[in-house]
Design a protein. Structure first.
Length: 61
């Protein structure tokens, strides 16, 4: 029996690159969360405005 490797050895990634990847991932998740909250507030305000105006629009029709 010969000892044959299943695949090539893993490449050693620079700690700077590894840190950058994780940092960008974390920043992206935080930005996405911030953006979701901001857009949700805007959408809720728009829905409330539509609910206030709905009786007026229905009366006009």
């Amino acid at each position: 029996m010969s000892s044959v490797e299943a695949g090539p050895r893993p490449v050693q990634v620079s700690p700077l690159i590894r840190f950058s990847r994780w940092s960008f991932l974390l920043v992206g998740v935080l930005y996405g969360s911030y953006r979701q909250v901001k857009l949700s507030k805007k959408e809720n305000a728009r829905r409330e405005q539509e609910l206030r105006e709905k009786p007026i629009r229905d009366a006009d029709l």
